[in-house]
Design a protein around this ligand. Structure first.
Ligand code: SAH
Length: 366
C-alpha cells in the first residue's frame, strides 16, 4: 500500500467512511497526494493536457486575451489569472503570444496563480521566471480591484465531487471504507439521505441503481469567480471535459501512466478526476449576476480563434519533422475522436464586458 493509502485507511478506521469528495481531495492535495508530490505532465507523465500537446493552445488563448482586452476598451491595468497552472506551459505560451500586442502585455499588472501544490508552485516559478507572479491557494484569495482575464484548463475536473446512488430505501451516498482484507473499498453509506436533503431537482425521479454526481465545491468556485468578475470586470475561460445534461452515471476516473486504473488502487499515484457538470457551473455563475456563454466544443472554439492559420504559419518555417509534430498536436486538440468534442469551453463574462472571443451572441446562456 502507498503511504497515502495507509493514511486514508487509518483515517477511515478512526473516523468512519469518507465521502468520495474528501477522498478525491486527499488524493490530490495531500503532501503525499498526486499534485502534492508534483507530477510530470505530458508524455513523460500520467496524462497529457492540451498545452502539453501543442504550443498553439496557449498561444490562441493569449490571442483571445488580447482580443477581449481590446473589445472591452483597452483597460490600462488588468490582472491575468490561471487556475491550476500545472507545469506552467500554458501561461508560458500565452505570455509569448501577448507580446504581439505590447500595450496589452504592458497592462498586465500581475499574473495571479491559484495553485495548492508547493511542488508545482516551485516548477511554475522556474518556468515563468520574469513574470510578475502572485500565488494563491484558493480562488477566494484572488484580488478583484482590476479587470481579470482568467484561464482554467483541466482545473474543475480535479476538484472534489460527491456521488449518490438511488436504492430502494432512498438515496445513499457512495463512500470509501476499509474492507475485511484491510483494503480501501467503495460502499454505500448505511443511512439514506434525509428528505430535507433532496430539494435539489437533480436528485429526484431516478431509477434504482442510478448514480448522481454533485460537486458543491466546483459550484462554489464558479460562484466566487463570477462574483469577482462582476466587481472587477473581465472574462474567465473554463476548458474541461464534461457535459451539460447527463441523467446519471459514475464518471470518477483514475489515470496512471496514460491508462485507466481502479480509483482506489493507487491513492496519490494516479490522477483522479470526473466529468464536469457545465450546467451546474453556469447556474452557479449566473446566480452571481454575470453572463455565461457556451459550453461550445473545444474544436469549435479553437477553429474560430484561427488554429488553422496559426498552424500553417508555424509549419511554413518548420522542418518536415517539426511540421508533422505540429500537425499531430493540432489534430488531437480538434479531432472529435480525441479532445475536440469531449472537451468544451465555457465563458464567464462580467455584465459590462462584450461577447467573448471564440463565441457568438446566440451562445449566451439564458
Ligand atoms: N492546467 C494545467 C494542469 C491541469 S492539472 C494543464 O492544462 O496542463 C490540475 C491543476 O490544478 C494542477 O496544477 C493542480 O495542482 C491544481 N489543483 C488541483 N486541485 C486543486 C485545488 N483544490 N486547489 C488549487 N489547485 C488545485
Amino acid at each position: 500500500m502507498s503511504v497515502l493509502a495507509e493514511r486514508i485507511a487509518a483515517l477511515v478506521r478512526a473516523h468512519g467512511p469518507l465521502d468520495v469528495g474528501r477522498f478525491m481531495l486527499l488524493c490530490a492535495a495531500h503532501r503525499e497526494g498526486y499534485y502534492g508530490r508534483g507530477p510530470e505532465f505530458g508524455v513523460e507523465g500520467d496524462f497529457v493536457t492540451a498545452p502539453e500537446l501543442s504550443q498553439i493552445f496557449g498561444e490562441l488563448l493569449g490571442l483571445a486575451c488580447i482580443a477581449h482586452w481590446r473589445a472591452s476598451g483597452r483597460p490600462q491595468a488588468i490582472r491575468l489569472v490561471e487556475l491550476g497552472p500545472g507545469s506552467g506551459t500554458l501561461l508560458f505560451d500565452l505570455w509569448r503570444a501577448l507580446a504581439t500586442d505590447p500595450a496589452c502585455r504592458a497592462a498586465v499588472r500581475s499574473v495571479e496563480l491559484v495553485e495548492a501544490s508547493a511542488a508545482l508552485r516551485e516548477r511554475q516559478r522556474q518556468r515563468l521566471s520574469g513574470l510578475p507572479l502572485v500565488f494563491h491557494s484558493a480562488v477566494d484569495q484572488l484580488p478583484d480591484d482590476l479587470p481579470l482575464l482568467v484561464i482554467a484548463n483541466e482545473f474543475f475536473d480535479a476538484l472534489p465531487m460527491r456521488q449518490y446512488v438511488c436504492t430502494a430505501e432512498g438515496l445513499r451516498e457512495r463512500v470509501v471504507v476499509v474492507d475485511a482484507h484491510g483494503r480501501l473499498a467503495f460502499a454505500l453509506h448505511p443511512h439514506p439521505l434525509p428528505k430535507a436533503a433532496l430539494a435539489d431537482p437533480r436528485l429526484g425521479d431516478l431509477a434504482e441503481g442510478a448514480v448522481v454526481e454533485l460537486a458543491p465545491a466546483r459550484e462554489a468556485v464558479a460562484a466566487i469567480l463570477a462574483a469577482k468578475l462582476r466587481r472587477a470586470g473581465g472574462l474567465a475561460l473554463v476548458i474541461d471535459y464534461g457535459y451539460v445534461d447527463r441523467p446519471s452515471g459514475d464518471t470518477l476516473q483514475a489515470v496512471l501512466r496514460h491508462a485507466r486504473v481502479d480509483p482506489l488502487a493507487h491513492p496519490g499515484q494516479a490522477d483522479l478526476s470526473s466529468h464536469v457538470d457545465f450546467r451546474a457551473l453556469a447556474t452557479a455563475a449566473r446566480g452571481e449576476g454575470i453572463a455565461v456563454y457556451g459550453p461550445i466544443a473545444q474544436a469549435t472554439f479553437l477553429e474560430r480563434l484561427g488554429i488553422r492559420l496559426r498552424l500553417s504559419r508555424l509549419c511554413a518555417r518548420a522542418s518536415p519533422e517539426q511540421a508533422r509534430r505540429l500537425e499531430q498536436g493540432v489534430a488531437r486538440l480538434v479531432d472529435p475522436a480525441h479532445m475536440g468534442e469531449l472537451f468544451r469551453v465555457l465563458a464567464l463574462v462580467a455584465p459590462q464586458d462584450p461577447v467573448p472571443p471564440g463565441f457568438v451572441a446566440g451562445e449566451m446562456w439564458r
